[in-house]
Write a protein of this length. Structure first.
Length: 74
């Protein structure tokens, strides 16, 4: 099991990150978008995303799985 870290771009505080996640939550699941699917995605399931705000780890989410999204390139 692996973990990843992700910078919470645009969030100035833990509270801002919390509000963002609450707004995105659907059925208890908070989808997180990444530009590229991790190469070791299968090993990440069950691990954690550690959120970084202002150069500090401020929150953690469990990785439930990965899904293919829409290709937004035009």
């Amino acid at each position: 099991m692996l973990n990843i870290s992700k910078v919470a771009v645009g969030c100035a505080s833990f509270e801002a990150l919390k509000r963002r996640e609450e707004a995105r939550a659907s059925g208890g699941v908070v989808p997180v978008t990444t530009r590229f699917r991790p190469k070791r995605a299968d090993e990440l399931v069950g691990g954690s995303i550690y959120w970084i705000v202002k150069h500090r780890i401020t929150a953690r989410n469990t990785i439930l799985g990965f899904a293919e999204g829409e290709d937004r390139r035009t």
